[in-house]
Design a binder for this molecule. Structure first.
Ligand SMILES: NC(=O)c1ccc[n+]([C@@H]2O[C@H](COP(=O)([O-])OP(=O)(O)OC[C@H]3O[C@@H](n4cnc5c(N)ncnc54)[C@H](OP(=O)(O)O)[C@@H]3O)[C@@H](O)[C@H]2O)c1
Length: 366
C-alpha cells in the first residue's frame, strides 16, 4: 500500500536486520477488517498518520524464521511463529498502536520477506495436531478470548450465582463473535448469532450455535426519515428481532450481547439486552458513532465493555488454550487466496462475498 494508490505490488526495502529483529518468510496471513480500513483510508489514513509513503499491511499470520538478529536467543531458523499485532503497548501490555497498521516503521506480512521484532513473534506449539491454516486464524480467537473474559467477568459482578444455562449470549459479527460464542457455550450459556446466508446458518448449527437469520429483519437501522416507508419497515424489523431474542431468552432478554457491528444494530442491541445485561464489543464494522440514553442504561444496569486486541502478556496462555482445548476452527472452515490473488480477496471481502469467517492469503509455499 502506498501514498496515492490503495494496494500495489512493488519492491520494498526492508533495511538492515536489527539485533532484536528477525528476518521471516510469511506463510499464511489472515485477512482482517483492519486491512480493509487501511485500504479505505478510513477511519484513519495509516500512511499519513505514520508519515510514511508506503506501508506493508498484514498483522496476523504464520511466519517461518529465516534469520534471527544477533541478540535473539529464543528463535532459530525454521521456527514457525504467530505474529502478535502489538506496535506500541501501554505500561500494562495493552496495544496502543497496532503492528503493521498505525505503528510507525512496522512491516507486515503482505510481502515475500518481512522483518519483525522478536518480542512480537510467538512460537507455534511443536508437534501440534492442527494445520497451519487452522493456526493462521488465531487473531480472531485471541481477540475473542480477551473480550469474552471481560464480558463474562462483568456479568458475574451483578449475577454472581445464577446458572448460565438459564441465560442467552447473542452475537453480531463474524469470526470474533463466533469464537466468543464458543467460549460462552463452553461456560454453559445458551448461544445464538446473527447470520446472513444459508451456508453460515449450516456452519453455526454444526458448532452448536443457534442461527438468527438477519435477512428476516432487514430494516433494523435507525429510520431514514427521508424515506416515507422506512419507519414502518423499521418497526416491523425491530419487532421481528426482539420477538426472536425473547423466544431464545425465555422473555428475559440477552444476558450478554457481543456486538462487533455497531451503529446500525446498536439501538436494537440495547433493547434486546436484559436487565444487568452486558454489551461487549471490540469492533465497529458498520459504524462507530452511537448515542445512548444514559438514564435508561443506568436503570437497566447495563454494563458496556470495550476492548481492543488482547494483552501481549496473555498470548502464550491463549495459544496453549487453543492447542489444549481444540478451540480452533476446522481446516475446511478457512478459505485461502494465493498471493497473486490478494486484490480479489480484498474485493470479495469488502463486498461480503467471502463465505468463510476465516479468509487467508498464502504468501510463500508451506
Ligand atoms: N479491536 C480488535 O482487536 C479487533 C480484532 C478483530 C476484529 N475486530 C473488529 O471486529 C469487527 C468484526 O470482525 P470479524 O473479523 O469478527 O468479522 P468480519 O469478517 O468483519 O465479518 C463481519 C460479519 O458481520 C456481518 N455483518 C456485516 N454487516 C452487518 C450489518 N450491517 N449488520 C449485521 N451484521 C453485519 C456479516 O455476516 P453475515 O452477513 O453472515 O451476518 C459479516 O460477514 C470488525 O470491525 C473488526 O475490525 C476488532
Amino acid at each position: 500500500m502506498s501514498d496515492g494508490f490503495a494496494l500495489r505490488r512493488e519492491p520494498f526495502d526492508l533495511g538492515a536486520l536489527g539485533d532484536e529483529e528477525v528476518l521471516v518468510e510469511p506463510l499464511l496471513g489472515s485477512w482482517e477488517a483492519n486491512i480493509d480500513h487501511a485500504l479505505a483510508r478510513s477511519p484513519i489514513d495509516v500512511c499519513s498518520s505514520r508519515r510514511e509513503k508506503k506501508v506493508v499491511l498484514g498483522n496476523l499470520g504464520v511466519v517461518r524464521v529465516l534469520e534471527p538478529g544477533r541478540a535473539v536467543t529464543t528463535l532459530r531458523e525454521g521456527d514457525l511463529c504467530l505474529l502478535m499485532p502489538f506496535g506500541k503497548c501501554d505500561r500494562y501490555g495493552y496495544a496502543e498502536l497496532a503492528y503493521a497498521y498505525d505503528a510507525p516503521g512496522t512491516i507486515g506480512l503482505l510481502a515475500k520477506r518481512s522483518k519483525i521484532p522478536a518480542r512480537v513473534l510467538l512460537p507455534m506449539p511443536e508437534d501440534t495436531p492442527y494445520s497451519l491454516r487452522q493456526w493462521a486464524t488465531y487473531g480472531r480467537y485471541f481477540t475473542a478470548w480477551d473480550n469474552w473474559r471481560k464480558a463474562f467477568g462483568c456479568w458475574r459482578t451483578q449475577i454472581p450465582d445464577d446458572d448460565p444455562a438459564d441465560h442467552l449470549v447473542f452475537g453480531w459479527g463474524g469470526g470474533v463473535s463466533f469464537a466468543e460464542l464458543l467460549l460462552a457455550k463452553e461456560a454453559g450459556f445458551k448461544v445464538a448469532m446473527a447470520v446472513g446466508s444459508d451456508a453460515r446458518i449450516e456452519f453455526l448449527r454444526k458448532h452448536g450455535i443457534e442461527p438468527v437469520d438477519r435477512r428476516t429483519f432487514p430494516d433494523l437501522a435507525v429510520p431514514d426519515k427521508r424515506d416515507p416507508g422506512f419507519p414502518a419497515r423499521h418497526r416491523a424489523s425491530m419487532r421481528e428481532f426482539l420477538t426472536r431474542i425473547g423466544e431464545l431468552s425465555g422473555g428475559a432478554g440477552a444476558a450478554i450481547i457481543v456486538d462487533n457491528i455497531g451503529a446500525p444494530v446498536f439501538a436494537a442491541t440495547l433493547k434486546a439486552l436484559g436487565r444487568q445485561g452486558v454489551i461487549a464489543t471490540c469492533g465497529w464494522k458498520a459504524g462507530m458513532r452511537m448515542t445512548t440514553l444514559r438514564g435508561a442504561e443506568c436503570i437497566s444496569r447495563h454494563i458496556h465493555v470495550h476492548t481492543h486486541v488482547w494483552n501481549l502478556g496473555d498470548s502464550p496462555r491463549i495459544r496453549d488454550l487453543q492447542e489444549g482445548a481444540g478451540w480452533i476452527p476446522p481446516e475446511d472452515a478457512t478459505v485461502v487466496y494465493d498471493f497473486d490473488d490478494v486484490p480479489n480477496l480484498y474485493a470479495d471481502y469488502a463486498a461480503g462475498r467471502v463465505e468463510s469467517y476465516f479468509p487467508l492469503y498464502q504468501v510463500n509455499p508451506l
